[in-house]
Design a protein around this ligand. Structure first.
Ligand code: SOE
Length: 378
């Protein structure tokens, strides 16, 4: 007997759409004990809220998230609003006994994240943070290959997340769509927004990070604030690069920027082991590049695995071999795993507590960039 799970979504931006799409699709492709229902969408702007609700098939709307939390017909709250609102909503949702799903990054900083973890743990409610790139089948395959020991001892981890959308100094900061540039709303720049993805995947694939040294830069020093019209200093990091030492002894380099002209969302990772290496690239997300030193030397070389066969992670749920899937499916996979976890009692990762580890690394990176010193992860 399939049980309905009523979703109350807060926020209708880019991520609100990605999550809504995942809830709508998951039951068509995965056989699960729970079926998400788009019960309510909540946002302050009523004019935009109504058409969004209609287009996406939400059954009701709310303009105040506190009212949404009071509703008995809502089982799970999904937080898709700017980072500075995550903590208050998540803590209140947990206190109201709701399941809590939160868009990444978990929080503005580790201290806030810790409070959020304690709230969901004290309330005993299921929780998850949306780090979707783990669920790209090729990235999940990378995890499988590493866990099977095929790479052997890991020496290097290398990751980039490059964009170019903030190069123009005419671009305002703050407000809808541009809150990521406003430190008050975002907490940090590329570190919390983009490197957080790289760090989450890295911790998952390669284990814990012990220490980091970082540098950041803010290339455009002032921008007009979209809401106030005032020219204000820009206080987020436009670019960040850091070195890290993992607990398994491997060395890592991470780099992210919104000033890499020509790159729109180039997330890459490469892992070099004693026996084999692998690399992955978001622009070609259905492929995993793999080099195995054990191959016959006459044909040894990088192979490009087209991750579409039904024995590949998640791919038995989609089309026939050879037909690939894309970005939006990673969110479908994450919901599927979450619902599976609800049914089995074995929570899907990353929980709030798992995602706090990424937050700790982000905080250490920012602290190192401002002090110029190596900073250990607490
Ligand atoms: C920023 O442009 C952004 O939308 C991030 O906020 C997302 O998390 C990332 O997946 C794509 O880029």
């Amino acid at each position: 007997m399939v049980q309905e799970l009523n979703i109350g979504m807060i926020g209708y931006g880019f991520m609100g759409k990605a999550h809504s799409n995942a809830y709508s699709k998951v039951s068509h492709f995965f056989d699960l004990e729970y079926k998400p229902v788009l019960k309510a969408i909540c946002a302050r702007n009523e004019e935009k809220l109504k058409p969004f609700a209609e287009q996406w098939g939400y059954k009701s709307t709310e303009t105040d998230w506190r009212v949404l939390l009071e509703r008995d017909d809502i089982d799970a709250i999904d937080i898709c609003v700017p980072n500075n609102l995550h903590k208050e909503i998540a803590i209140a949702a947990a206190a109201a006994g709701k399941i809590v799903l939160c868009e990444k990054p978990l929080s503005m900083n580790t201290a806030e994240g810790e409070e959020m973890c304690q709230a969901v743990e004290a309330a005993g409610v299921a929780n998850m943070v949306w780090y979707n790139y783990r669920r790209v089948p090729a990235v999940s395959l990378a995890k499988q290959l590493i866990d099977e020991g095929r790479l052997g001892r890991i020496f290097h981890y290398r990751s980039l997340f490059l964009q170019d959308w903030t190069i123009s100094s005419d671009l305002p900061q703050g407000g809808e769509a541009l809150w990521r540039l406003d430190v008050e709303a975002a907490g940090s720049g590329v570190t919390g927004d983009l490197l957080a993805h790289c760090i989450d995947t890295a911790l998952w694939l390669n284990g814990g990070i012990d220490t980091v040294t970082a540098m950041t830069e803010t290339f455009v020093k002032e921008r007009t604030h979209q809401l106030t019209g005032e020219v204000q200093p820009v206080e987020i990091d436009d670019a960040c690069a850091f070195l890290a030492r993992f607990s398994n002894g491997s060395l890592a380099t991470f780099e992210s920027t919104r000033y890499a002209r020509g790159h729109k969302a180039l997330y890459t990772l490469e892992v070099n082991g004693e026996k084999a290496s692998l690399r992955w690239d978001l622009h070609d997300l259905h492929r995993l590049e793999y080099f195995d030193h054990a191959d016959d030397s006459l044909v040894r070389g990088w192979r490009s695995i087209h991750v579409t066969d039904s024995d590949m992670p998640y791919m038995d749920k989609w089309w026939v071999p050879g037909l690939q899937i894309g970005y939006e499916h990673t969110f479908v996979h994450q919901v599927a795993d979450f619902l599976d976890g609800l049914a089995s009692g074995e929570p899907a990762s990353p929980t709030f507590r798992d995602a706090l580890e990424t937050q700790k690394v982000c905080d250490a990176v920012l602290a190192s960039a401002s002090s110029g010193n190596w900073v250990d992860i607490g």
